[in-house]
Design a protein around this ligand. Structure first.
Ligand code: FAD
Ligand code: SF4
Length: 514
């Protein structure tokens, strides 16, 4: 590689898009692409092995493709001698050696990383140009303008505006099918017989480059949670496109109706499992949304399923990014419900008698994946009801899921799941008793607890903690029209029962569930 570079093109592990703004007006003959694997990004939260492996495998494939296309890439591998161990340290070393007149990057996905890299560039007096990320439909400034002056930020308002602005699922000025929202049709459980025969989603066997990464991760991060033996995520753009085709052809049609349902031993059900490829930027949201809409227009998938899917990608995904960048850096400290319990240790092992948590945690640790309702109404819900410090919950969610990047994980965890932002993102805390899990899954059939019981040895801990939560936050919930009915049910309980609930909840906090 030539000793010097005109511009240094900074490409992070979640920016694997050859069409990203960092490459605008770049010149392969004079500019150098900078990429670095550093241990610090795997240890600042205790990242799971599948998550580390996915990022590194995808980065190595991307760097290889860039070189094939004639780019000079300064790539630091994790095991390279002298690896500084942090993005800031590696960038400093590249700026000193290559002496570029400027560094350029696309807007990153993590406030901390952006601040660290900007600090290094400033210290070395190299201008750092941070360009907008065209991957997203909605720019950060555009979201800030939308949010300005609104007391509450509601997905539904934002989503309808995005549909109109980008002409997605529209027939002229009206929403396709005459409705914006098919949520009511998208909340079914599977029924006693379960989901029936499911076709496994397309799997991507690790190639030699990925196998090298898996071996290195197993060696370097042996003490980290998670397993690698089932690693089959798409790690290249071609694989990501194949995963999209597979979803649209085989799972989009049934996706909507049972979107919220869970079933033991079936991690994927009809979900797309595209979040990791999207968040690494191997896929763009426009091509994903267009493929789904086309399937409906061709009669290959019902509108309710397609709308349910589009709402997630064009709605929630864009919305949470706006929330993150509008509210950072303070957002990570939010703790509106004043929760201070530690995260139970079994979140890192899955070792608990509660069947729903045992199943969801085992799956999450083995695959780096849980679907939305498992995250919101099992792992997230238990932490919320128990009163775990939101920051600890955030660090766990960021560590264990392969699709976790802070811009998307933090608002989902702190805002939607833990209500730590006091209702900025979600109009009410998502709380339910074990009966919700019983209705939406078959987990309770394999559990020694009883979701109907609030107190006593066999009482479902979710149910006990749900009623305890209502009691602990009675005033706040009574003042919210969306939760007032839930709290009213509390008044039907006698004093003795309320005391028994509080005592059992306190015992669960003190001694765990045995
Ligand atoms: P599908 O169910 O097939 O949904 C389709 C796509 O919609 C997803 O691939 C994803 O890109 C998008 N999507 C769906 N829901 C959301 C959402 N709430 N926010 C943003 N995008 C969404 N998603 C992440 O990508 N990274 C995270 O770190 C993450 N952390 C979460 C933490 C909590 C506590 C909760 C409740 C949700 C979190 N989500 C996160 C959102 C959602 O759970 C995942 O996007 C989804 O489960 C990924 O699986 P899938 O690709 O099969 O999704
Ligand atoms: Fe989970 Fe309670 Fe059902 Fe057991 S009974 S699986 S703890 S919801």
């Amino acid at each position: 590689m030539a000793a010097e570079a005109r511009h240094l093109l900074v490409v992070l592990g979640d920016q694997l898009d050859a069409g990203a703004s960092v490459f605008d007006h770049a010149d392969p003959a004079r500019d150098v692409v900078w990429m670095a694997e550093v241990a610090g990004e795997s240890t600042h939260v205790w990242s799971s092995q599948p998550r580390i492996a996915l990022f590194l495998a995808a980065m190595r494939h991307f760097a290889h493709d860039l070189r094939q296309r004639g780019w000079r890439v300064r790539y630091t591998a994790l095991d390279d001698p002298g690896n500084a161990g942090s993005l800031a340290g590696e960038l400093a070393s590249a700026l000193r050696t290559l002496r570029p007149s400027r560094a350029v990057m696309t807007w990153p996905g993590d406030w901390r990383v952006k601040a660290d890299l900007a600090r290094v560039a400033a210290e070395l007096a190299v201008p750092l140009e941070v360009r907008d990320d065209r991957h997203f439909y909605c720019g950060i400034d555009e979201f800030a303008r939308w949010a300005a002056g609104r007391r509450q930020w509601r997905l539904e308002h934002f989503y309808r505006e995005m549909r109109r602005r980008h002409g997605v699922l529209m027939d002229g000025d009206a929403p396709a099918g005459g409705r914006w929202n098919f949520d009511e049709e998208n909340r079914e459980a599977f029924g006693a017989a379960g989901p029936g025969a499911l076709e496994a989603p397309r799997s991507f066997a690790p190639d030699e480059r990925t196998r090298e990464v898996l071996a290195m991760v197993a060696r370097r991060f042996a003490a980290h949670p998670g397993r690698l033996d089932r690693f089959d995520w798409p790690v290249t753009r071609a694989q990501a496109l194949a995963a999209l085709d597979d979803f649209v052809a085989r799972r989009l049609a049934p996706f909507g109706r049972t979107q919220d349902a869970m079933w033991a031993g079936e991690p994927w059900l009809h979900h797309s499992r595209l979040s990791a490829a999207l968040n690494l930027k191997l896929l763009g949201p426009r091509e994903v949304v267009a493929a789904a809409e086309q399937a409906w227009r061709d009669g290959r998938a019902p509108l309710a399923s397609v709308e349910g899917f589009v709402r997630q990608v064009l709605g929630w995904r864009e919305f949470v990014r706006g929330v993150y960048w509008t509210r950072m850096p303070g957002y990570l400290e939010a703790n509106a419900l004043d929760a201070h319990e530690p995260l139970p240790g079994f979140y890192w092992t899955g070792d608990t008698p509660m069947a729903c948590l045992r199943e969801t945690l085992a799956q999450t640790l083995a695959l780096g994946y849980a679907h939305h309702i498992q995250r919101l109404m099992v792992t997230g819900l238990y932490a919320l009801l128990l009163g775990v410090e939101p920051r600890a919950v955030h660090e766990w969610f960021l560590a264990v899921h392969v699709d976790a990047v802070e811009w998307v994980e933090a608002p989902n965890t702190l805002g939607m799941s833990q209500h730590a932002d006091g209702g900025l993102m979600a109009s009410k805390p998502y709380v339910a008793s074990g009966k919700y899990i019983q209705r939406m899954s078959n987990y309770c059939r394999q559990c020694r607890f009883d979701p109907d019981a609030r107190t006593g040895e066999r009482a479902c801990p979710f149910t006990t903690l749900y009623w305890d939560f209502l009691g602990r936050h009675e005033r706040r919930l009574a003042a919210n029209p969306r939760t007032v009915m839930q709290v009213r049910n509390l008044s039907r309980l006698g004093v003795a029962e309320r005391r028994a609930i509080a005592e059992r909840a306190a015992a669960i906090r003190a001694h765990g569930v045995r």
